[in-house]
Design a binder for this molecule. Structure first.
Ligand code: FES
Length: 104
């Protein structure tokens, strides 16, 4: 085990579920296809364009255990804020903007 002292220390770390059960377990709710890896890529690109790569980190995840019937789930740290029914990259960007405002 080794610590990484130079690893990124973002102000916000957003975890977005992209779990997709549509093929494996049809009928069971899952965050994809509402939100996909491509959606997370779009938000990463937005973060880059805004010059926020030192402040905001976004990571796609598997199931976070909430599994909404509509949209997807994200959790943002260090606030420990959970948001559900996320339906687009714009929704994710809105949450990030709200949390960035609170940091100022
Ligand atoms: S499938 Fe996304 S939280 Fe469970």
């Amino acid at each position: 085990m080794q610590n990484l002292p130079n690893a990124p220390k973002p102000k916000l770390h957003v975890f977005v579920c992209v779990n997709d059960r549509t093929q494996r377990r049809p009928g069971m709710p899952s965050c994809a296809p509402s939100i996909t890896m491509e959606t997370v890529k779009q938000v990463k690109y937005w973060i880059m364009q805004q010059g926020l790569t030192h402040k905001v980190l976004i990571t796609k995840t598997g199931c976070l255990g909430i599994c909404p019937k509509n949209g997807a789930v994200l959790v943002i740290y260090p606030m420990q804020r959970w948001v559900t029914e996320i339906k687009s990259a714009d929704d994710i960007v809105s949450v990030i903007k709200e949390e960035l405002k609170k940091l100022k």
